[in-house]
Design a protein around this ligand. Structure first.
Ligand code: PBG
Length: 326
């Protein structure tokens, strides 16, 4: 018989383990946490079972659980007490994520803290920047200084990594300069520069109370139909000096993750977003799919080229890894 015997390398668990090309480790995982400025709240997000909005005064318990699970890094999203048109809460030195970062650094200094640099959770209109009264669209250049202030206050609070997700043009250049000028040249920028205008963010907007009160984000986030546009965004961000690149969402955009891997040498981060979490969580909880699909999805993102994954499943994955699943 004259054909290839591919099954030789699949013949036993030992053999399969030996030739496995992609592995998930706890170091790959970044866990998002929603922190609330009001006291005594620990509320499950209705569209994201297993994910909670947690008050600063109850954060300790959550961080202990994160530490115990073996998660090495977290990203905080804030739900401020008050919102206004300019998103002041985002660049308040005592703002909700700045405080969360300080609490985390005091309790568990070794947990890496990433902060999301955006205004949408802090503006009363829910957009990611200042609204131009004439066009009713987000104004790029007047928003940039506020993003810089946000990033600097986040670095001052002790953030290890700044992750700007606002999709204004030039944000990496401006934030890099702002960080450098304020003594934070050692803090890396993990850019969300490839961020699609996706319906998969729906549950996040429930969790962070950040749905735009009018219009949508299509004048600043990318059209899901476009691939070359991602290449252009990547080129700009690399030129502007980003240290890592996020692709978001992840599972419907594995081709884009692969492109970023092939076209750059920076670490690539997949953001397994809220809608992706909600779909899989629901299917698993309803018994329609085996829980192992969660691991299969993580493997898929890494196989596509991701080095790290921001995922609401981080705790579940740690447990599965502890149970020996691969
Ligand atoms: C802030 C931000 C969003 C997400 C992360 N950072 C919301 C948005 O752009 O609408 C979404 C994450 C998720 O869906 O899990 N701009």
């Amino acid at each position: 018989m004259n054909f290839d015997r591919h099954r030789r390398l699949r013949s036993s668990a030992f053999m399969r383990d030996m030739v496995r090309e992609t592995k998930i480790t706890k170091e790959d995982l970044i866990y998002p946490i929603f922190v609330v400025e009001k006291d005594d709240i620990r509320e499950e997000v209705p569209s994201m079972k297993g994910v909670f909005q947690i008050s600063l005064n109850l954060l300790e318990e959550e961080l202990d659980a994160v530490k115990k699970a073996g998660i090495k890094s977290v990203i905080f999203f804030g739900i401020p007490k008050e919102k206004d048109a300019e998103g002041h809460g985002a660049y308040d030195d005592n703002g909700v994520v700045q405080e969360a970062c300080r609490i985390s650094k005091r309790l568990h200094p070794e947990i890496l803290v990433i902060l999301d640099t955006c205004l949408c959770e802090y503006t009363d209109h829910g957009h990611c920047g200042l609204i131009d009264p004439d066009t009713q669209d987000v104004d790029n250049d007047s928003t940039l200084p506020l993003l810089v202030r946000t990033a600097v206050s986040q670095a001052r609070a002790g953030a290890d990594i700044i992750a700007p997700s606002n999709m204004m043009d030039g944000f990496v250049t401006e934030i890099r300069k702002g960080l450098d000028d304020n003594g934070f040249s050692h803090i890396p920028i993990m850019s969300y520069g490839i961020k699609y205008a996706s319906k998969f963010y729906g549950p996040f907007r429930d969790a962070a109370d950040s749905t735009p009160s009018f219009g949508d984000r299509r004048t600043y986030q990318m059209d899901p139909a476009n691939r070359l546009e991602a290449h252009r965004e990547l080129s700009s961000d690399l030129e502007e000096g980003c240290d890592m690149m996020i692709v978001k969402p992840a599972l419907s955009y594995l081709d884009i993750i692969r492109d970023v891997r092939d076209r750059s040498d920076v670490p690539v981060v997949a953001y397994n977003v809220s809608g992706e979490y909600a779909m899989t969580r629901t299917a698993v909880d309803m018994g329609l799919l085996d829980e192992a699909v969660i691991m299969e999805q993580m493997i898929s993102m890494k196989r596509a080229g991701a080095d790290m994954i921001i995922t609401y499943f981080a705790k579940d994955i740690c447990r599965m890894l502890d149970e020996g699943m691969e």
